[in-house]
Design a protein around this ligand. Structure first.
Ligand SMILES: Cc1cc2nc3c(=O)[nH]c(=O)nc-3n(C[C@H](O)[C@H](O)[C@H](O)COP(=O)(O)OP(=O)(O)OC[C@H]3O[C@@H](n4cnc5c(N)ncnc54)[C@H](O)[C@@H]3O)c2cc1C
Length: 385
């Protein structure tokens, strides 16, 4: 194992997509002496490695749509940038709407998306049924579909950034937990690890679902709650066509997409209590599978190949927290609330801009400041599942 350096210009804590992207972009912007610390034995074993890989432009707020416009382009360009392809598969994303109230909200969302240059298509209930002949959606009222949404590979993205960061001189260490944060006179001065302390004027909290306990080590209160979510993959289902989209039954927070020869399907438990438990809830899996088989009867013929649970890092308004904290030199990039994988590339770039230039240049993220919660300026978001 590489040695922990005694000093650093910047220490990034957390080796998921946010930390890897931040470390890379800092180095890309010319910062020397960047250290990335991950407590697990591999990078990307937290939320990033347990995510469903969905990437989409279809959001309900301008800020999220703008983040997607940049981030999905960065995923397309990841190979040119880092040498590692993101394995993007544009199979399209189809939100199926079964409640009248959803229809109104999604119509407004579509107008927002169009205004920002995302040509999402509006489908009638019959068009939804035609698009999904294998599924059972007698109650579909409408659908929202964009062909350029789809999937990418989380591990490739994390390792693309980690390896490129290393080539630019970043010290990227696994098996190195941050166990304490050092402060003096209202600013951050260092991090403690079991292998030694690092003196540094800048620490980036990229600890995802664990970002609140990390911030608490420095006395900073972060409103980020871990919430368990889970999915499973099935045995091969050859009847599923290669162009089968990422389908979301919005009212039930139920989704499925093609994964290898079979399907990946997940459903959010609305009664899930916050906590750090990452074991699969088998009782909820039964509820989920029953709902999934109602929509896609061919699932009755499938077996389960793998099952995973992970943690969303959820904020009160389901939007990220990006930027400064009241503690000088202590920055946060967290709280992406279920869609952080896709926003990892742009998130890291913006974090690096905030550190090196004082504010983000590529996208105005002032609305994502931590201070919004104290100032009661939360953002309203609807389509997060
Ligand atoms: C089941 C599931 C499905 C999802 N599906 C999607 C999807 O389809 N599309 C999408 O865009 N997003 C999805 N997400 C959300 C996405 O995975 C997260 O928003 C994103 O991965 C967060 O990245 P992160 O780097 O902030 O967190 P993480 O990937 O969790 O990284 C944080 C890292 O910090 C490390 N760490 C924590 N504390 C310390 C410490 N004290 N010292 C050192 N290291 C520490 C952890 O080990 C971890 O590796 C999903 C999430 C889950 C759980």
């Amino acid at each position: 194992m590489a040695e922990v350096p005694s000093t650093a210009a910047v220490v990034v804590v957390g080796g998921g997509v946010m930390g890897a992207s931040t470390a890379y972009h800092l180095a890309r912007q010319g910062v020397r002496g960047v250290v990335l610390l991950e407590r697990e034995s591999f990078f990307g074993l937290g939320a990033t490695g347990r995510c469903a890989g969905g990437i989409r432009h279809q959001f309900a707020t301008d800020i999220n749509i703008r983040l997607s416009l940049h981030s999905l382009r960065m995923l397309d360009e990841l190979e040119a940038e880092t040498g590692q392809p993101a394995l993007v598969r544009k199979c399209g994303y189809l939100f199926v709407l079964t409640q009248p109230a959803e229809v109104d909200v999604f119509r407004r969302n579509l107008a927002r998306q169009h205004a920002l240059g995302v040509p999402t298509e509006w489908l009638s209930g019959d068009e939804v049924r035609q698009k999904l002949p294998l599924a059972r959606f007698p109650d579909a009222l409408a659908g929202s579909y964009y062909s350029q949404d789809g999937l990418a590979d989380p591990n490739s993205v994390v390792m693309g950034y980690v390896n490129a960061a290393r080539r630019l001189g970043v010290t990227c260490l696994t098996d190195t937990a941050v166990t304490g944060l050092e402060t003096a006179g209202g600013r951050i001065t260092g991090v403690q690890t079991p292998h030694g302390s690092i003196a540094t004027p800048i620490v980036v909290n990229a600890a995802g679902p664990w970002s609140a306990p990390l911030a608490a080590m420095a006395g900073v209160d972060l409103p980020v709650v871990p919430l368990r979510r889970q999915w499973l993959t099935t045995t091969p289902l050859p009847v599923i066509p290669p162009d089968f989209p990422f389908v979301i039954d919005f009212a039930q927070s139920l989704y499925f997409h093609r994964e290898g020869e079979g399907l990946l399907t997940g459903m959010s438990n609305p009664n899930q209590a916050p906590g750090f438990d990452q074991s699969v809830d088998l009782e909820w899996e039964l509820v989920h599978l029953e709902a999934a088989a109602q929509r896609l009867p061919l699932l009755e013929r499938a077996g389960v190949v793998s099952r995973w649970a992970g943690l969303y890092e959820v904020t009160p308004d389901a939007h990220p927290i990006l930027g400064h904290t009241p503690l000088e030199g202590f920055y946060v990039i967290t709280g992406f609330s279920g869609h952080g994988f896709m926003h990892g590339p742009i998130g890291g770039l913006l974090m690096a801009e905030i550190i090196t230039e004082g504010q983000a240049r590529t996208v105005d993220v002032s609305s994502l400041a931590l201070s919004r919660f104290a100032e009661h300026k939360e953002i309203a978001e609807y389509n997060v599942v």
